[in-house]
Design a binder for this molecule. Structure first.
Ligand code: GLV
Length: 327
């Protein structure tokens, strides 16, 4: 039997790579930044399976160049908006992803951002590291209370729900909006289903947990930001393009809202000239919500599980386009 060829677009956990090496020839992109679209196009034409990350442009053009024997695209992320699913599906290529394993890690991180932003921890730590320790004063680095405040959650899937679970310990009023109403969870988590308008106008903290689609692209635009409280803080650990970056700049410069904590941005990396980088009430991290040692290891193994199933012609355990199996 001919040895299978695999391409991995970045170095992933060595234990996961070893599992693959036991039966396939594995080629790993050595860079820390993603391979180009052109490079991916050449690679995908030569291999039987590929493990990708959310930074890799798996465009229609790339997928259309795939080796006719390409059995699987396995993405090491829960989101897969970087992959042209339509083209993959048309070509009968299963696309794997890694839902579930990163839920709690991302919810923890969302809370880390929320608390830091509310209590100005990033700002205070920066001052201290720069040698500025302002003497205790009644209004030095005062922030917003979290306990008892209203938290709005847009997108009530696994991560949104995990964020709500943590909010109960802070005795918060929790509002959510989602295409689907989750009546069973409303009692269990003490959450209230709201319209988007209600959530925008009532939340002290607004946290985004929706995936990126045509409907959620620039969901948070100028009009919607204008509906928020002047004291509201916006947290985004979903996808950068859920927020219109120009509208957010406008809202923060004009004090339409009080601050933002963003783990994702449109585009990534955030351009060096963005005024948001110089605002004290803005906390930006480089898309690391799932970055815990344990979770990244589990994600790598899950991506390998999907890849192996694909190579063996079996149904992927976590498939983003299961419709290919009903064809
Ligand atoms: C992270 O953003 C992911 O989609 O896994």
């Amino acid at each position: 039997m001919q040895t299978k060829k695999i391409f991995i677009t970045r170095n992933i956990h060595p234990d996961a790579v070893s599992r693959l090496k036991s039966f396939a020839e594995v080629d790993i992109w050595p860079g820390e930044t993603p391979p180009s679209e052109e490079f991916l196009k050449q690679k995908i034409a030569q291999v039987d399976g590929v493990i990708t990350l959310l930074t890799d442009p798996l465009t229609s053009n790339v997928i259309s160049s795939a080796n006719p024997g390409l059995k699987v695209i396995s993405q090491m992320a829960v989101g897969y908006d970087n992959i042209d699913i339509k083209t993959a599906t048309e070509k009968g290529i299963p696309v794997g992803h890694t839902p579930g394993v990163l839920t709690e890690t991302c919810a923890d991180f969302t809370w880390a951002l929320l608390l830091s932003l509310a209590r100005r921890i990033h700002e205070a730590a920066l001052e201290v590291s720069q040698g500025i320790w302002k003497p205790w004063g009644p209004d030095v680095l005062v922030g917003y209370d979290v306990y008892g405040a209203t938290l709005g959650i847009i997108g009530f899937g696994r991560i949104g729900q995990a964020v709500a679970r943590r909010a109960r310990g802070f005795n918060m009023r929790i509002l959510y909006t989602d295409p689907e109403r989750h009546i069973d969870l409303e009692n269990e988590l003490n959450v209230e289903f709201c319209t988007l308008d209600e959530i925008l106008s009532q939340s002290d903290f607004l946290s985004l947990h929706t995936y990126l689609s045509e409907t959620t692209y620039h969901l948070i635009n100028k009009e919607r930001l204008a509906q928020m409280k002047k004291t509201a803080l916006l947290i985004n650990t979903s996808r950068g393009s859920v927020i219109d970056p120009t509208a957010l700049e406008w809202a923060l410069i004009n004090k339409v809202i009080a601050g933002a904590a963003l783990d994702v941005f449109e585009p990534e990396p955030i351009p060096a000239e963005s005024p948001l980088l110089r605002m004290k009430n803005v906390l930006i991290t480089p898309h690391i919500a799932s970055a815990s040692i344990h979770t990244r290891q589990r994600m790598a193994h899950m991506a390998v599980d999907n890849l192996i199933a694909g190579l063996e012609g079996k149904r992927l355990p976590f498939c983003a386009n299961p419709q290919i199996y009903s064809k």
